[in-house]
Design a protein around this ligand. Sequence first.
Ligand SMILES: Cc1ncc(COP(=O)(O)O)c(C=O)c1O
Length: 380
Amino acid sequence: MKFDTKIVRAGIEPDPTTGAIVPPIYQTATYVLPEVGRDLGYDYTRSANPTRQMLEEQLAAIEGGKYGICFASGMATVDSCMKLLKAGDHVVCSDDVYGGVLRYFNQILVNYDLHFTYVDSSDPVKVQDAVRPETKMLWVETPTNPLLKVTDLAAMAQIAKEHDLLYGVDSTFATPVFLRPLEFGADMVVHSTTKYLSGHNQLIGGIVITNREDISEEMKFVQKTIGAVPSPFDCWLTSLGVKTLHLRMERHTANGQIVAEFLEAHPKVAKVTYPGLPSHPQHEVAKAQMDGFSGMISFELEGGIAAGKILMNRVKLCALAESLGAVETMITHPATMTHVDVPAEERLARGLTDGLVRISVGIEDPDDIVADLEQALEKV
Ligand SMILES: Cc1ncc(COP(=O)(O)O)c(C=O)c1O
């Protein structure tokens, strides 16, 4: 099956009883056993559910992996991956990861004797230098949220191999349409399916995909034991959303490029970061390892935070909202929204200024998105 066909068809069979082309939702907590000691492959939905399995197979196939394990959110997925660690272990992590991941690592996991070193993973030398004898995992987000730093995944695989590290990649911003980290040597790929994969701001979810049977077994054990599972209905909705992923991503990346170029040329904009612009510091790496650049852009205005606030309050079509990766264009202020729990000093040290604005470019007509930004910028 070619890639675009996989997106529409992989993992999904018509319902064997009725022939329904969209399989039904198995919205059940439990299953009736035919006799003691024998089930029909299912005993309790925390352990397994056909609707969840359909989504797991669909997303694993698209990502080019053997196994997919779904969780109730992107954060529950990251959490489950961290269950592969033991007290005393050390993780080398990209410095510009999503604020919720930083909050989880720095405010919860450190209490369990896990240790984290944050480095700019777009520089492999810094990653190499951060590895210690007790390092067990390399955790990379690419492109990062919100500064869109791009990491050379093959270079990371070499470091992971050399030091025998578990190598995880949060590929939420890229999606398998533009990047398939398993092809570059990652052990596991994580997505917040809340974003592009479901694509319509309709739910919260997450998945980890791997080719390694040992990781898959551990993740399935964590899934059924801790139980941070998505509802069958959310799995079904995600599966429907995924079927148009390739078409949506085409439009997201085309619109993203148009909006990024518009912003870069605007006199009131001081700086634009978008992997598809030649001015992006890792533009060449992004071009080499990605098939498109998505719809995520971050920028700063000449007038800093004051100007940014005016812009975000004046936009009409662009929704001032926390999330990203959906059909609607959304604008976010990381300092007061997604990264509000990162201490200001730490945030600023990472280059995440008060004036930074993030935009998740949707799939509307790009003229309307640009016109909305233009009218808001006029008032800045
Ligand atoms: C890159 C990235 N990873 C993980 C998450 C967490 O996902 P969720 O909100 O589904 O828990 C987010 C959320 O914004 C994200 O941007």
